[in-house]
Ligand binder design. Structure first.
Ligand SMILES: Nc1ncnc2c1ncn2[C@@H]1O[C@H](COP(=O)(O)OP(=O)(O)O)[C@@H](O)[C@H]1O
Ligand SMILES: [Mg+2]
Length: 306
C-alpha cells in the first residue's frame, strides 16, 4: 500500500510504524510548522521597520503599496513607498496631478487601507488596526485640512471648529471656549457666528485650520490646502499653518503640486507615478515661531505707517 503522505511504497517512516501513526505525526508536524510561520508573520508585522536597538521614527512607512482595481484593470497608485518623518517636522509631498500624493496622504491619515505595507505612527501600525480602532486613533491623534475646506454649511465657524472636541465627548461650554480661542488665534475672532457661505475662501480655510488644530493632534495632514486660494491668501494660510505647528510642536504633512508651497516646509518628498524619486532638506521660509512673530510685527508696523 502507498503511504498517502510520503508517497513511498515502503516509506522510511511507514516501514517502522503503522499508517495511522504516520498520519498523526504528519498532522502534528503540519500544525507545528503553521504555528511557527504564523508567529513569525505576526512578529514581523509588529516589529517590521525596527532595527535592533533603534527607536522608530515618529512616522515610518515601509513597503507601502496601493492598487486600485477597475474592472479587470489594475492601477498602481503607490509602489513600494518607504518614508520616515520626525516628530514636529513640516514635510511636503510634492508631485504632479495623478502622481499618488492624495493616495499616500489618505493612507498616512488612516482614511484608506493600503494593499500592502506598514504605516507606523508614534509606534502604532495603523495598517493593522480594525476600522473602529482606526477611527478612534484618527480622532485622538490626527487633524485634516482639505482643499475645499469641507466645513459643515449649517454650522457657524465656532460650531465647525468645535466638532473634533464634540467627538471627543467634551461639553459644549468648554469646547466653545477652546474653539473661540482658536478662532482668535487664526484671526477670525469677529467671524465666530458666520456660516461658511458668509466667509471668503481664505477665511473658510482659516476655520479649517482652526478645526484641524483645536484638539492639539499629534499630526496634521493637509491635501492641497491652498489649491483654491489666491497668492496673497496662500501666503497667509501657509504662514498660519507653520506658526501653529511650531507653537504646538505638531507634525505637518502637506501635499501639493506647487513648488512655492514646498518652500514653507522642512523637507520635500518628490513623488512621480507612485514612487518617491528624491527627498531634499529645505530651509523653511518661516523657520521658527520667533521669526514668524518678528515678520508679523514688522508687517503690522509697515501697515500702521501706511
Ligand atoms: N478610488 C480610486 N479608484 C481608482 N483609481 C484611483 C482612485 N483614487 C486614485 N486613483 C488613481 O491613482 C492614481 C493617483 O491618484 P491620486 O493619489 O489622487 O493623485 P494626486 O493626488 O497626486 O493627483 C491616479 O492614477 C488615479 O487615477
Ligand atoms: Mg490629489
Amino acid at each position: 500500500m502507498i503511504c498517502p503522505f510520503c508517497f513511498e511504497k515502503e516509506p522510511v517512516i511507514c516501514a517502522n510504524i503503522r499508517l495511522y501513526d504516520c498520519f498523526c505525526y504528519f498532522k502534528y508536524f503540519c500544525a507545528t510548522l503553521s504555528a511557527f510561520f504564523a508567529f513569525n508573520y505576526i512578529e514581523n508585522k509588529i516589529r517590521k521597520g525596527k532595527k535592533d536597538g533603534e527607536i522608530l521614527a515618529f512616522i515610518e512607512v515601509h513597503n507601502l503599496r496601493k492598487v486600485y482595481r477597475i474592472g479587470n484593470e489594475k492601477v498602481y497608485a503607490l509602489k513600494n513607498i518607504d518614508l520616515e518623518i520626525k516628530e514636529g517636522e513640516i514635510c511636503c509631498i510634492l508631485g504632479t496631478s495623478g502622481s499618488g500624493k492624495s493616495t499616500l496622504l489618505n493612507m498616512l491619515a488612516g482614511l484608506e487601507k493600503p494593499t500592502r505595507g506598514d504605516i507606523f505612527i508614534n509606534g502604532t501600525n495603523i495598517a493593522l488596526l480594525s476600522e473602529s480602532k482606526l477611527a478612534s486613533f484618527r480622532q485622538q491623534n490626527t487633524g485634516f485640512i482639505f482643499q475645499s475646506y469641507n466645513l459643515i454649511s449649517q454650522f457657524n465657524a465656532l460650531e465647525n471648529v468645535g466638532m473634533p472636541l464634540m467627538f471627543k465627548g467634551m461639553q459644549r461650554k468648554k469646547r466653545d471656549k477652546l474653539a473661540a480661542r482658536m478662532l482668535e488665534l487664526v484671526g477670525l475672532g469677529k467671524r465666530m457666528k458666520h456660516r461658511p457661505n458668509q466667509m471668503s475662501g481664505g477665511q473658510q480655510q482659516r476655520v479649517g485650520i482652526a478645526r484641524a488644530f483645536v484638539a492639539k493632534p499629534k499630526v496634521v495632514f493637509a491635501d492641497e490646502p491652498t489649491g483654491n486660494l489666491d497668492t496673497k491668501t496662500t501666503d497667509d494660510v501657509m504662514r498660519l499653518m507653520v506658526r501653529m505647528c511650531r507653537k504646538y510642536k505638531i507634525t505637518l504633512i502637506v501635499v501639493t503640486h506647487d513648488i512655492e508651497i514646498a518652500q514653507y516646509t522642512d523637507r520635500i518628498v518628490h513623488i512621480i507615478d507612485g514612487e518617491i524619486t528624491s527627498i531634499e532638506n529645505n530651509v523653511s521660509v518661516y523657520k521658527s515661531e520667533d521669526d514668524t512673530e518678528q515678520n508679523e510685527n514688522q508687517k503690522k508696523r509697515e501697515d500702521d505707517t501706511k
